[in-house]
Design a protein around this ligand. Structure first.
Ligand SMILES: [Zn+2]
Length: 826
């Protein structure tokens, strides 16, 4: 039995039923694979169930948490709590801000998208939320959720190596968000939460960026100015999960949260049930007896408020003075980001003192420090230089492991070591990129999809490292761009002599809308620098000012990531126009003479081409196709003469120049014309003349001197359209327009004697399907004839596609005989 069927068969079985199945399977001659599967599922399920029953059960349910005297009291609130139930507007704002990609709760499977789209649903939801708010009792139906398990690291059969994320139903999520917003505004308005020290989950404030920048600054100061610094990273065991429910009530009270709100929160945390689901099984509901859940909208704030009791204690000057002084008035002694804390001081003794205070707080709040997972790091002066040393610090009489000499510690995702070498980040970045790029490479995908995976998936994976590290742009270009370029060349079959500048343009300039890792890096650094610059914390703003020098200048000039990209693409454009004359000629010509509003459509037709023709267009654009001229340049051939006419075989020569190829160019021209004729044929009350077999000849109207490609006379309006089609190389787009206009001047004058109005449609298209500016007359004609925008764009796309395909065929047939194929009809 395949695994998928096994999963379906046993997924919803209870532990009891699984045991029974196993008993029956063993003696009967069942598939040993199935027996193994059932045994394993049973074991995993039991393990998971027991583990989470243990971690979620309440310990000492009656323990009370009186705020000790060493925690200073908060002053009475100046601004009152907004007790009114949430309004429709507030509910709508919350729903609008929720991520559409968030997983719905498996219990009701209602996605946030329904609520985003449907105002009626939001009206009902608001009513329900308002009545729950007023009744101060959260319904039991809402207090049911599912938890999924995200693997952290280590053995996958041990449940403690997973982080449970709770998926709640949308009504509960919206409700708790309302609660959170009301509480947060109250706390901020009264200045109850210290934002200098505690940064997790505060809106408009990028805590991780601020802390990593501050930490970098501290280490650099210590190293360069030979000052001593001791850093301890603290690790709380199962932090969110250990918060005692009675502690929450005390802490709410401490923060002057009104009784009514406390009651709502109490109701929320009483008899909350969650089931753990994996791909193989799901457990029954387990009551959450302690802790706040990860994935719940309110928990981060509740957790921060708990920690805030400690922060209020150590924010007094008595403890602040232990900190590391970066500028005169602002010693830094404590970083708190959710449950990630770092203690910073000048001396071991000062650090120890702060750690002791933390131990005492943990004892009071029932938090457990995992000393073996904590670490220390120290720098001190030795004679005339700074060195790293191993601090000896204790928590609960246990020695905290020190970061070994030359090794790094990791705080909030960034690695720090004595020499600030960033070697771990470099290694991780290179490995990540190599792994993902080689995996994309192996997939049997169209090159455009490989590029999409690169730009959407890989680049987003790199962005965190790029934001927190202090690498140089040069390092990124040398070590990462080069690898990406290698793959891009491989996928698009661009030879080493062909430039990638065309590829790195936006799609409305015939590029592929991608950019190299180094540009992503500059974007990330710009975001990071901007976050510091606009921080509400003055000390962070100062940090931005003092570090706005040297290499940071190149990021500080930008105000947005868009600007970074724009300056990059305009750099590529400059290169194509000024330095790469041959490879840039396509770009220079089309950018000046093309009808730019159709360029987006061109890019769409390009992306719909099969792989070989798609790659042909890319190499056509940067002039790296294997024409004889190029092959000679690359040293592969010694003679670049066309095998038919002895002129140099350039790209222009092959696709639009060679006199011996005229029947081929006519075939291409007539393929276009045939399609246009088919599009115009159904126009009512009109006469169509086309210079193609099977149609009335235009010379019936114009005589033999002029033979335009197509005539369309609208009888009722006494109107005549004269359409002349020319297909040529990109460098001749404008020349063809002018030539045709002069040539038909007399004909137009002549026809004006018979028709009330004569319109000349000068359709000049390049051999790769780019429309010249003059082609707007063609669009005007289609509009006048009653074709709507969609129909027009459809026709344009077809014409572009015919151009690319016929030119591709002509290119493939170079140096070969021509067998007069039928007109291309797609
Ligand atoms: Zn030739």
């Amino acid at each position: 039995m395949p695994d998928k069927e096994l999963v379906n068969k046993y997924k919803d079985q209870t532990v009891k039923a699984l045991k029974k199945c196993l008993k029956q399977l063993k003696p009967s001659n069942a598939d040993p694979h199935e027996i193994k599967y059932v045994a394993r599922t049973l074991r995993d399920k039991l393990q998971c169930l027991n583990y989470f029953k243990k971690t979620l059960c309440s310990i000492n349910p009656n323990k009370l948490f009186y705020i000790p005297s060493w925690i200073p009291k908060l002053s009475d609130p100046i601004v009152n709590f907004e007790l009114q139930p949430p309004t429709y507007r507030q509910v709508t704002n919350i729903i609008r801000r929720m991520k559409a990609s968030g997983s719905p709760c498996p219990l009701d499977q209602l996605s946030i998208i329904c609520f985003k789209r449907c105002p009626f649903l939001r009206t009902y939801l608001t009513e329900v939320i308002r009545s729950v708010w007023s009744s101060k009792s959260v319904p039991a139906e809402w207090k049911k959720a599912c938890s999924i398990l995200i693997h952290k690291k280590g053995n996958t059969s041990d449940p403690s190596n997973f982080r449970p994320i709770t998926l709640e139903t949308i009504p509960l999520k919206v409700f708790t968000s309302c609660l959170r917003n009301a509480m947060f505004s109250f706390l901020t308005a009264n200045n109850f939460i210290e934002h200098q020290i505690q940064k997790g989950f505060t809106p408009n404030l990028s805590g991780t960026l601020e802390y990593t920048a501050q930490m970098t600054n501290i280490l650099n100061k210590a190293r360069i100015k030979q000052r001593s610094v001791v850093i301890t990273l603290l690790d709380l065991k199962n932090a969110f999960g250990e918060v005692h429910h009675n502690l929450i009530q005390s802490v709410l009270d401490y923060h002057h949260i009104p009784k009514d709100v406390c009651e709502i929160i109490k109701s929320l945390y009483t008899d909350f049930n969650t089931a753990f689901i994996t791909s193989e099984f799901s457990t029954p509901f387990i009551t959450v007896g302690r802790g706040v859940l990860q994935g719940d909208c309110l928990s981060p704030l509740i957790f921060n408020m708990c920690v805030n009791t400690f922060i209020q204690h150590i924010k007094t000057d008595k403890y602040r003075q232990f900190g590391f002084i970066t500028n005169l008035l602002n010693p830094v002694h404590w970083f708190q980001f959710a449950d990630d804390a770092a203690v910073i001081s000048g001396q071991d003794s000062e650090n120890q003192h702060l750690l002791n205070r933390f131990s005492i707080w943990c004892q009071w709040s029932n938090m457990i420090v995992r000393v073996d997972k904590c670490s220390t790091f120290g720098i001190r002066k030795s004679l005339t230089k700074s060195i790293q040393y191993l601090p000896k610090l204790l928590i609960n009489n246990e020695l905290i492991p020190a970061t070994k000499i030359g090794e790094s510690f990791r705080y909030l995702g960034k690695y720090f070591d004595f020499s600030m070498s960033e070697k771990e980040h470099k290694q991780e970045l290179v490995t990540l990129m190599d792994d993902i790029m080689s995996e994309i490479d192996l997939k049997p995908l169209h090159p455009k999809n490989k590029l999409l995976l690169y730009s959407r998936y890989l680049l987003s994976k790199l962005s965190w490292h790029f934001t927190v590290t202090t690498l140089s742009k040069t390092w990124v270009s040398e070590n990462m761009d080069s690898v990406v370029n290698k793959y891009v060349r491989k996928w698009l079959e661009i030879p080493i002599s062909g430039t990638l500048s065309n590829v790195y343009l936006t799609s409305n300039k015939f590029g592929l809308n991608i950019y190299p890792p180094s540009i992503k890096f500059v974007q990330c650094q710009t975001v990071a620098r901007n976050a510091l610059k606009t921080s509400p914390n003055h000390s962070i703003k100062d940090l931005w000012k003092t570090t706005s020098e040297n290499k940071n200048i190149q990021y500080d000039v930008y105000t947005s990531t868009k600007e970074v990209l724009k300056s990059f693409t305009s750099g590529q454009e400059g290169k194509l126009q000024n330095h790469l004359i041959l490879q840039g000629s396509f770009f220079s010509n089309v950018i000046n003479f093309s009808l730019s509003k159709l360029n987006g459509i061109w890019s769409k037709s390009q992306s719909n081409l099969p792989k070989n023709i798609y790659n042909f267009t890319i190499r056509y654009i940067n002039n790296s196709l294997p024409t004889r001229k190029n092959l000679t340049k690359w040293g592969i051939l010694s003679n670049f003469d066309c095998s038919f006419c002895l002129n140099p075989e350039t790209l222009l020569h092959v696709v639009a120049g060679c006199q011996a190829y005229l029947p081929r160019f006519t075939w291409r021209h007539d393929s276009f014309l045939s399609f246009i004729a088919q599009t115009l044929q159904p126009v009512n009350n009109s006469n169509l003349f086309v210079d193609l077999p099977g149609y009335k000849s235009p010379s019936i109207v114009t005589g033999d001197t002029f033979r335009p490609d197509l005539l369309l006379s609208i009888n009722s309006d006494c109107l005549l359209y004269i359409l002349e089609l020319s297909v040529g190389y990109e460098s001749n787009l404008q020349t063809n327009v002018d030539r045709k206009r002069r040539r038909y001047e007399d004909l137009i004058t002549q026809q004006k004697k018979q028709f009330k109005s004569v319109k000349f449609v000068n359709l000049s298209i390049s051999s790769l399907g780019v429309f010249s500016k003059e082609c707007h007359s063609f669009l005007d004609m289609l509009t006048d004839l009653g074709l709507d925008k969609r129909h027009q764009y459809f026709a344009i796309r077809k014409i572009m596609s015919i151009a690319i395909r016929t030119t591709y065929y002509i290119f493939c047939c170079r140096d070969k005989g021509w067998l007069n194929p039928e007109l291309l009809n797609i």
